[in-house]
Each structure stands twice: as structure tokens, then as C-alpha cells.
Design a protein around this ligand. Structure first.
Ligand code: NAP
Length: 338
């Protein structure tokens, strides 16, 4: 496991244990800063080098894009299949981008690297898949309300540190994780703006990854990604326009029957999905399902999930389980670990 000391890596280790993944041995890797550290459960963190990466069947990566870009091919060369949480490989044609409930058969075509989607895309497509199958999605208008844990551990510390300082009427340190103060604020700037680009990379990921996972490049998508001062759990307001008419009642039935989805939808009783309730759970929660009064073939809904679990770690472990169950850990023709 590469990135084993991070938020996603720690959770992947926990999930492998909790779900009884049949690994003979798990070896944690992280940056040079952590080499020699003993993790919960007694595993000792290793450093990445050409020798230490030999002999693995599976490598789960959550150590950022540049580490994946450099080390994933080396693990593949050494005989492992890589499941990668970073954005580095996701849009490459020969790399399947897979959500376990949505397009598991895409694993069949893997060549050694499998990409785990971006967290805000992941939770949304789990909820959209049954609607797409039943009525054909033509257009999506998405606004996200993304938690700071999606940025990494340092951003969580920054939100808590700023909140504490402000509540004690102290000056805050200059922001580091974001362009502005995140405490008591909402930033229309989740991700980064490339030079000359008016969408953030997070918004472009939501657009491009959704089309790739649902295997439908014709879906028209508008996305605004907002960072909010929530520690964990992404929320999304999604307007879904379908080709065929779909009633809110039918959508509720479809979603209630869908794998990995829980419907919480009784707004009169103040029951709808909340980030704090989704935290620590693996399902995607959907509520506020209603007809868009401005369009006869569109619905509005509110989709919430734990971005570290289903948005990253849980799906990565589910993909490892699927590879194992389907005998796909070693793609045909690839060298296997000894
Ligand atoms: N957070 C989310 O909601 C989410 C969702 C989907 C995908 N992801 C992706 O998952 C990855 C990790 O996210 P996170 O939230 O877990 O980040 P994090 O808490 O900041 O952890 C980063 C991990 O990467 C390791 N690392 C950093 N540089 C390294 C290097 N040069 N070589 C080896 N290991 C290195 C760190 O090791 P040290 O402890 O030694 O620094 C740590 O284990 C990112 O690619 C992120 O985009 C995150």
C-alpha cells in the first residue's frame, strides 16, 4: 500500500482488515518522512525503491499524482496490479476507471493499472447509474459542497486551527491549503485553475470522469465545485435531465433498489442526507428527490457520501475484492509476482 500513512491509506488498511481481504501480507509504503514508523497493527512503513517494490500481487496507491505517475508503472513492471486513487491515470484510454456498483466489467480490460475515480464523481455516479439505465441521462447541472478532508490531512488541520483561532478572537495564520480562509466561509474554488482555464480541475474531473464511467460522452454536464467548512463528507445538489420522463416516485424506487445507495427522503420530517451522518458509512445517500419545476424531464436531488470511504478507500478495496473474485489480479500475459 503506497500512501499508507495518509487519510485514505489509513482507511484502506482498516477496510482490508475489517472486510477480511485474503492478503498473505500487507506492506505499507509512504514518503521518506515516515520510513520506520510503526502503524496501528504493528506494520512498519517502508520506503519506495527498486528493490522494496518487488514481489507484490496488488498495489493500492493513495500518495498523490506524481508518486503514482512515477511508481505505478514500476510496480506493474515488477508484476503487481495497481489500483490508484490519484487523478494521474484516470483519463488514459487503456486505464479502466471503475466504480464497483457501476461498471465493474471494465476491470476485464485492465493492463496493470486501474484508476479509482475522483471522490465527488464516485458518489454521484453510484446514484445516477440506475437513473441512466432507466431513463437515459441527457444533461446534469451539479453544485458540490465539498469537505476539506478531500484536500488531505493538512487542510483538515487548517480548518480546525482557523476555527479555533477565530472563536477565540485571535488572528488566523495566512491560508495554506486554500486561496482564502476556509473557516466560516464557502470557496467557489475546489481544485485548481490551470492557466487560462475558467473551470477548476475538480470541475473538469467531474465532467470527464462521469462520461467515461457511464460510457456516454454525449451527456452534457455543468459543474460548480465549492469547498465548504465541513470536515468530512461531500454533498452535491444535482439537476438530472433525462431523455424519458421519470417521476420522483419512480426515481426513489430505482434508487432504493440500487446497490450501495440509501434513500433518506422525508423533508417534512427534516429527514435528508447529511455529511455528518454519512461519515463512517460506505453507502451513498440520496434525498430531496423532486421534480424540477423548470423542466418536465428533470429531477433535482441531494447526494451525500463519505468522501474518504466510498469516495476513495472503500471503492479501492471493493475493486481489489472484485479482481480477486474474478481471477483478474494478473492480466493475461503480465508477469506475476513470485
Ligand atoms: N481525500 C479524499 O477524499 C480523496 C478522494 C479520492 C482520492 N484521493 C486521492 O488519494 C490520495 C491521497 O489522499 P489523502 O487525503 O490520503 O492524502 P494525505 O492524507 O495527505 O496522505 C498522503 C499520503 O501520501 C504519502 N506520500 C506523499 N508523498 C509521497 C512520496 N513522494 N512517496 C511516497 N508516499 C508519499 C504520504 O506519506 P507521508 O505520511 O510520509 O507524508 C501519505 O501517506 C491523493 O492522490 C488524493 O487525490 C483523495
Amino acid at each position: 500500500m503506497v500512501g499508507a500513512t495518509g487519510q485514505v491509506g489509513t482507511l484502506m488498511l482498516e477496510l482490508l482488515r475489517e472486510r477480511g481481504f485474503p492478503a498473505r501480507e500487507i506492506v505499507p509504503f509512504a514518503s521518506a518522512r515516515s520510513v520506520g514508523r510503526t502503524l496501528d497493527g504493528g506494520l512498519v512503513v517502508q520506503g519506495l525503491d527498486d528493490e522494496s517494490i518487488q514481489g507484490f500481487d496488488l498495489a493500492l496507491f493513495s500518495a498523490g499524482s506524481s508518486t503514482s505517475g512515477k511508481w505505478a508503472p514500476k510496480f506493474v513492471q515488477a508484476g503487481a496490479t495497481v489500483i490508484d486513487n490519484s487523478s494521474h491515470w484516470r483519463m488514459q484510454d487503456d486505464v479502466p476507471l471503475v466504480v464497483s456498483e457501476v461498471n465493474p466489467d471494465a476491470l476485464d480490460a485492465h493492463n496493470g493499472i486501474i484508476a479509482n475515480p475522483n471522490c465527488s464523481t464516485m458518489q454521484m455516479v453510484v446514484a445516477l447509474k440506475p437513473i441512466h439505465d432507466a431513463a437515459g441521462i441527457e444533461r446534469l447541472v451539479i453544485s458540490t459542497y465539498q469537505a476539506v478532508s478531500g484536500t488531505g490531512k493538512a487542510a483538515v488541520d487548517e480548518l480546525l486551527g482557523q476555527s479555533h483561532a477565530l472563536l477565540h478572537e485571535r488572528e488566523i495564520e495566512p491560508p495554506d491549503s486554500y486561496a482564502h480562509q476556509i473557516a466560516f466561509n464557502a470557496l467557489p474554488h475546489a481544485g485548481t485553475f490551470a492557466a487560462g482555464e475558467d473551470h477548476t480541475d475538480e470541475e473538469l474531473k467531474l465532467i470527464n470522469e462521469t462520461r467515461k464511467i457511464l460510457d456516454d460522452p454525449a451527456i452534457r454536464i455543468s459543474a460548480t465545485c465549492v469547498r465548504v467548512p465541513v470536515v468530512n463528507g461531500h454533498s452535491e445538489a444535482v439537476n438530472v435531465q433525462t431523455r424519458d420522463e421519470l417521476s420522483p416516485e419512480r426515481a426513489r424506487e430505482l434508487l432504493a433498489a440500487a446497490p450501495g445507495v440509501s434513500v433518506i427522503d422525508d423533508p417534512g420530517a427534516a429527514l435528508y442526507p447529511l455529511a455528518i451522518d454519512a461519515t463512517g458509512k460506505d453507502d451513498v445517500f440520496v434525498g430531496r428527490i423532486r421534480r424540477d419545476p423548470g423542466h418536465e424531464r428533470a429531477l433535482d436531488m441531494w447526494i451525500v457520501a463519505d468522501n474518504l470511504r466510498k469516495g476513495a478507500a472503500t471503492n479501492a478495496v471493493q475493486l481489489a475484492e472484485l479482481l480477486h473474485e474474478r481471477g483478474l489480479v494478473h492480466p493475461q500475459g503480465a508477469p506475476s509476482a513470485t
